[in-house]
Design a protein around this ligand. Structure first.
Ligand code: SF4
Length: 348
């Protein structure tokens, strides 16, 4: 990275036997404001890069820029730079080099950012989404604990919306913290799973936790009284969008005690094409040809498909009597939900 005219190398924190490098990265801001992302919430991603290595992950795009900002080969340790150059595909850097925000920077940045959030909260309810680009409970969290650090700081705030998306069972570690947050905020944890079929999941997600492990985590969160549900994102057209696949997924969620379900169709940005399309090719060359044709026009599925999928998701959710998740934006609705959850929490 550049500091004035001097280039500093990002300190190497660790290297895994399987070949992932962890670098400490300085940070000035932790929360991305709604106006910088175009989304109606503040977003927060403690780590840059993700070892779960899903082929459809759209955050690969941002990772390239994050490494560029770190100063190309000059800003990262020579050994890491050499390994990056040796990667068969440049996009693999996303899962091979994880930037870990420096702890003291993260604390100071969060204090600053939360002041801005609370100023806006006087005019309208504010929501923080944790894990919009990379998984906040990916393996790095076990060692560096940045997500936990953020949650511990948020316990001192009040009346925010806090949404957490993860594929990792590590979220169970923070059950008591999540329950404490639920007393002060509207909290929703979304366990992300595309299918109950482990073979199918492994085709598209190289190192993510298996479905049964994620479902067990969902079950434990719900049993403890955390407001948790299942998100099927992305729904892969022609692969996981069938009524059979979605029904199995939503039924599994219902058996775990999920409080809600929802899902979103696949987006294929330019940076996703290279890792994803060969995987779809191996799954079905005919389908891959359709993907190439449909996503050549843009990253999004056509509107008629989106509407049909939304109807199917609603039908499947209704079958298992679970609501489709809608974040409550009205402060009174948030308070009602908080009160309901408190009544519902098991007593020791
Ligand atoms: S878990 Fe999420 S952030 Fe990590 S690779 Fe998969 S889609 Fe990307």
């Amino acid at each position: 990275m550049r500091v004035g005219v001097v280039r500093l190398k990002l300190p190497a924190l660790d290297r895994r036997a399987r070949g992932t490098d962890f670098l400490e990265s300085p940070t000035r801001a932790l929360l991305n404001p709604p106006e910088s992302t175009g989304m109606p919430f503040w977003s927060l991603n403690p780590y840059v890069g993700c070892e779960f290595a899903c082929s459809y992950c759209y955050a690969r795009y941002a990772h390239r820029y994050a490494l560029d900002r770190a100063g190309d080969d000059d800003g990262i340790p020579a050994a890491t730079a050499a390994r990056l150059r040796a990667l068969p595909q440049p996009w693999e850097s996303f899962e091979r080099v994880i930037l870990v925000k420096r702890r003291e920077d993260a604390v100071a940045a969060l204090d600053r950012d939360l002041r801005r959030v609370q100023v806006r909260a006087r005019a309208a309810p504010q929501t923080l989404a944790i894990g919009t680009a990379t998984d906040p409970y990916q393996p790095a969290e076990r060692r560096y604990g940045l997500t936990r650090l953020v949650l511990e700081r948020l316990v001192r705030e009040r009346a925010l919306g806090i949404e957490i998306v993860t594929k990792s069972p590590l979220v169970q570690r923070d059950v008591s913290l999540l329950l404490a947050l639920q007393q002060r905020h509207h909290v929703a944890v979304h366990i992300s799973l595309i299918s109950v079929d482990p073979m199918l999941v492994r085709r598209f997600e190289r190192r993510s936790p298996l479905p049964r492990v994620r479902l067990r985590a969902l079950q434990r969160l719900c049993a403890a009284g955390v407001n948790a549900g299942l998100i099927c994102a992305p729904v892969l057209p022609g692969i996981t969008d069938t009524a059979t696949s979605l029904r199995a997924l939503f039924r599994a969620a219902q058996r775990c005690g999920a409080r809600h379900v929802h899902g979103h169709p696949l987006r294929v940005y330019a940076a996703v094409r290279e890792p994803l399309l060969p995987v779809v090719d191996r799954y079905s060359p005919r389908l891959a040809a359709r993907y190439r044709a449909v996503y050549r026009r843009g990253a999004h599925v056509p509107a008629p498909y989106r509407r049909a999928l939304s109807r199917r998701l609603r039908r499947m959710a209704a079958e298992v009597r679970l609501p489709i998740y809608e974040p409550p934006t009205d402060p009174a609705a948030r308070r009602d939900l908080q009160a309901q959850l408190q009544l519902w929490q098991p007593r020791a």
